[in-house]
Design a protein around this ligand. Sequence first.
Ligand SMILES: Nc1ncnc2c1ncn2[C@@H]1O[C@H](COP(=O)(O)OS(=O)(=O)O)[C@@H](OP(=O)(O)O)[C@H]1O
Length: 429
Amino acid sequence: MNQSVPSKYHRPETSYKSCSQSLPLDILWLPRSSFRPAEGELADCVLVVGVSRPKLAAALLSVTLLSLFLTFHVLYDSAVYSIQAASMVSATHENRNILRNQESNTRNINHPMALRKRLKPARPPRPARRLPQALIIGVRKCGTRALLEMLYLHPMVQKASGEVHFFDRDENYALGLDWYRSKMPPSFRGQITIEKSPSYFVTPEVDIYRHVISINYLIIVESNLEDVNENKVPERVRAMNSSVRLLLIVREPVTRAISDYTQLRSRATPSAPAHALSSGHTPHQVPDSAKPFEHLAISPDGSINVAYRPIAISLYHAYLLRWLEVFPREQILVVNGDQLIEDPVPQLRRIEKFLGLEHKIGRKNFYFNETKGFYCLRNDTTDKCLRETKGRKHPRVDPAVVTKLRKFFIQHNQRFYDLVGEDLGWPED
Ligand SMILES: Nc1ncnc2c1ncn2[C@@H]1O[C@H](COP(=O)(O)OS(=O)(=O)O)[C@@H](OP(=O)(O)O)[C@H]1O
């Protein structure tokens, strides 16, 4: 830089040139004379930063855009957070609750600013048809439908609406697991799908008679169990899912047998007895549905007619043995059907625990219907009693026959208690 004192007649352009430096910015060194050209010391240079209007406008625009971007970013995160949280809550309520892992996702959502990374993996829940994780395998007329409907009150439970008979009917089993899955309701991950087909427990229906005879007269002859061993259902169930949970609901065996009889009789044509007798049939030819229970359950020689299917099915231990060959005891929960009728909540609590569900079903979910004589069900969306085919009025049975049957069942019931490790306290006379 030129340090000589410039004469007052120096031309500003000269000093300008001497001060100016080549910089990448619009920064210039100008002589003071550029500002005070007339008088005074003109030796100093002055730094002048010049910004053109278009550049200033561009800078302001950049700042504005950046602010807008940041604001949008925060708003976007907040919106995504709200939508995700709301969708999870509504899915929980409207779609019969999503799994625990989704609940934990909801818990993980804390603050919008902290969750961009966490939110990404949380996708909206998608329902799909899944194979059942729990089965009600029987016993028929012990409250299998009531049990399924009551469990369905739980938001984490889905149910197959009908009895699918996949494992016990060869023609269905041949259709494969995809067919079975297609019969299941859509469910969310973590929900439990339950199917009930009471005949799973007692399949095959044939030849239990031989087995029962052996139990009846020789107490237990294990070598004669081959007919019951023909039950392929337990193995088939295990092939689907070896950790499946099995629910077995039982009821006092004589009451169950009478209930079974009542159902069989109600299915027969109402005119059957009259028609049968008036058309010259001997009592032997009269269809079972037309005969009184006493005649079917007790043979003419006074012994118990174990060939009569409602009696045979009540021999629970004979069938349970087969299941215990395939599944560990811990995988089978025995539900007391008589107690489910009297007071459902304690039984349901046990089942919730067994299925690994939170306790959700409580007294608020039931009210006693005096006309029906049974509990009916309610939740936010449902208020219903079971159909009239459930809770039928039983015919009067000769008390002497009831006592005789109860005595007959004592040893069989004991055998069942031994197998399940619990005394269900069924009456002995
Ligand atoms: N809440 C409620 N409402 C109506 N009925 C109830 C209920 N809880 C249990 N039960 C008993 O369920 C019995 C029918 O059993 P299942 O559903 O297993 O029958 S079936 O095998 O599916 O046909 C049925 O037997 P019956 O009384 O002989 O009709 C009922 O006693």
